[in-house]
Design a protein around this ligand. Sequence first.
Ligand code: FES
Ligand SMILES: [Fe+2]
Length: 282
Amino acid sequence: MALLTFLSDLSRQFLPSFSNKTSLVTTYTRELPINLERMYENALDYEHLPFLHSSTFSKLEILDAGDWGWKAKACLQPKSVFNKMTLELKLDTEKNRWVTKTLSGLGKGTEVWTHAIPISENKIKVIVDFYVPKLPFFLRKKYTELYSDLYAQLYDEDLWMMSDRQKELDKLKKTDNLINEENKILGTLEEIKPQLPYNFEFNNKNYRLIELNNNLIAHSTICPHMLGPLNDADLNNGILECPWHGYKFDINTRKCISGQKCRMAPAPKIIIENKIISAIKN
Ligand code: FES
Ligand SMILES: [Fe+2]
């Protein structure tokens, strides 16, 4: 499949008989229940591509990045020499848009122009135009379907991240109904053990109780990077991986072990007395 797509794209790029024109292939539009700030943040956030969009991108190596946008070497799925490309995204907030260009590799010369129009405080409309140079008529339908399906999926995934992040940011601002518990009984060993990993709330924050080396231990379910959800995150030998950008954390030390400067929030201590499990303020 990767080879087929690669060959069709190669014919587009190199066969001389096609027009040199760059044409608008299709437009994808969608209303999103988020604000412009989240959307721009998402456009600049290259780190999420191989993690949140892991079924589309197999790899991303950043070459340059800033407030202006980013430039990176990327590889689509499946990982193969045929699926490599260099991408560049430039954000122009004055014009409410960003342009993603494929500078080399698969899809060379294509440009994706996205305009984000605010509809209300927490609602925007994105209008995404796909331009492809030298596109022969027999590939037009294929490219239209490919882009429409791909962007529907990418925006489903982005919406999950943007709206969950917004919810967590809103929670942080709320100071009413704050609870201050010193300890909380979670249940008996008999009740809780079959439910592990077990998610619970303590002092208005969410934690997950897990079993590690025959001990019960709790960890925060909010990633310290951009408030990603860790309540369902993959856990291997005490190492957690955040689904949004792939940062890895050691549950015991709370340290980020994938190289970034951040640390998980402390979690309550777990004690078991007379087969009753309690969370104690740390
Ligand atoms: S939110 Fe970015 S790695 Fe978790
Ligand atoms: Fe995305």
